[in-house]
Design a protein around this ligand. Structure first.
Ligand SMILES: CC(C)(COP(=O)(O)OP(=O)(O)OC[C@H]1O[C@@H](n2cnc3c(N)ncnc32)[C@H](O)[C@@H]1OP(=O)(O)O)[C@@H](O)C(=O)NCCC(=O)NCCS
Length: 431
């Protein structure tokens, strides 16, 4: 029998669920929804789930004690793409729906399901795995580090006035009916390929987003506004819900911005200006926004935008150290020997990272040389910390000061120079 690394107690067995097997999918969905404090699956939610998980790997752990067969733990993983600095998208193993019923928690089921999947992903050639952590203390032990951060913001419409030197809002705006997502998908795809941290949204994602209703991307009062440049090419969109509170007879409505993506500063300005000008609305509230949002820089009163809290979003797990370091490009230059330690024994390696300014491409990003070596390391870091710094979203200097990487201050600064990116990594996509 193949050793799956999964439970060996005779009453526990592991299956891979076929998304087209409706009853197996239902049995799988029950504990995952229970663990996430959601109601039992409805036929609609199962339909939706069935479409979304086509091609995904669904693991179920069954407990057959007392003659009954119940799924008590789940894991879903799928192949996706993550944008790395300077080089565009790379293939990643995306991990989701990690749940263990409260009756079976803290017996090692998550550890065994996740470790088995990371071993599989590494053997399949993935250099990286990603997930969104429900709670921050869970995944460091599995070698994941917080790699992107997001924030919420509140925009006070009364204080919005654009600076005269802000990019002009040229082009046009139009409402997009529910179900028409092709142009939105094209805009998002162009944007996510450019910015570190961006994640692929596949056809099933957009198909689900096209249906509006409670619990969906947009609710029943949702709208999507598409921006086109002067040639008519889509270059931005804003997707939002509205609520129509009032104080007495004074309108006090709110725009709840779910997604705003633009590939040009002009479209970006036009979309925010549009939101801030909707009648009967006083504020726009947004979450999952980049921590280096451009909007305050466009306004005469940048305090019209109040941001926070900032939270981690994508957690990154390096499965192949030379592969991960070579997958991205660098703006700084230098040479460092890094020893990466992996408590799970999957990816530990000592490598020389050499970035030479002369190899600079036309866009300023430099291809590195990454070689394994026996030389003494300049920096010793756990694999989770490498995941944190790889996209440029966490400073190696801070990690060195916090005692999480072993290096002199000068070596930590040299690593920070290599890893730095002009934009903070950002992912607006839940998965
Ligand atoms: C989080 C969850 C999947 C953990 O499953 P589990 O089978 O209990 O985890 P394990 O027994 O394999 O735990 C492995 C280690 O992680 C620790 N751990 C697990 N969940 C933790 C949490 N939420 N906070 C802190 N530590 C946690 C365990 O204490 C254990 O530590 P140890 O090795 O030092 O003993 C499960 O509790 C759950 O389903 N929670 C609700 C849904 C959820 O948050 N899912 C995560 C989605 S990202």
């Amino acid at each position: 029998m193949q050793d799956t690394g999964l439970p060996t107690r005779p009453e526990l067995r592991v299956t891979q669920v076929d998304p087209d097997d409706r009853e197996a999918l239902r049995a799988w969905a029950v504990p995952s929804r229970t663990s996430f404090l959601e109601s039992a699956p409805t036929e609609d939610s199962l339909d939706e789930r069935q479409r979304m998980v086509q091609g995904h790997r669904l693991t179920a752990v069954h407990d057959t004690v007392a003659g009954e067969d119940r799924v008590v733990a789940t894991l879903r993983t799928f192949d996706s793409e993550l944008t790395v600095p300077g080089a565009g998208p790379v293939d990643v193993d995306a991990v989701s729906t990690a749940t263990v019923l409260p009756t079976h928690r803290r017996r090692g089921l998550l550890s065994r399901m996740l470790t088995a999947d990371l071993e599989r992903a590494r053997a399949a050639g993935h250099a990286l795995a990603v997930l969104i952590a429900a709670e921050a203390p869970i995944y460091g032990r599995f070698g994941f580090g917080a790699a992107t951060r997001s924030t919420s913001l509140v925009l006070d419409h009364a204080r919005v006035a654009f600076r005269p030197d802000a990019p002009a809002a040229t082009g046009s705006l139009e409402f997009v009916p529910a179900g028409r997502t092709d142009e939105l998908a094209a805009v998002h795809d162009a944007a996510r390929r450019r910015r570190p941290g961006g994640l692929l949204r596949d056809a099933a994602w957009w198909e689900a987003a096209g249906r509006r209703g409670e619990g969906r991307w947009l609710g029943p009062r949702g709208h999507v506004v598409l921006h086109r440049d002067e040639d008519g090419t889509p270059d931005g969109y804003a997707a939002y819900d509205v609520s129509d509170e009032s104080v007495g007879r004074v309108p006090n409505g709110t725009v709840h911005l779910r997604d705003l993506t633009a590939t040009t500063p002009s479209a970006y300005r036009a979309l925010w200006e549009f939101l801030a000008s909707i009648d009967l609305v006083r504020v726009t509230r947004a979450s999952d926004r980049p921590v280096d949002e451009l909007l305050p820089h466009l306004l005469l009163d940048p305090r019209a935008v109040q941001t926070g809290p900032v939270d981690d979003f994508v957690w990154l797990r390096v499965l192949d150290v030379p592969g991960a370091l070579a997958a991205r490009r660098y703006l700084g230059c230098g040479t460092l020997v890094l020893r990466v330690e992996d408590p799970l024994g999957l990816a530990g390696a000592t490598v020389r990272l050499h970035v030479e300014a002369q190899r600079c491409g036309a866009d300023g990003w430099v291809c590195p040389e990454v070689t394994t070596t026996d030389d003494a390391p300049d920096v010793v870091l756990p694999v989770a910390e490498l995941g944190s710094v790889l996209l440029g979203g966490t400073s190696p200097v801070a990690l060195q000061r916090a005692g999480r990487i072993d290096a002199t201050p000068a070596a930590a600064q040299a690593l920070a120079t290599l890893m730095a990116t002009p934009e903070q990594p950002w992912c607006p996509t839940w998965f």
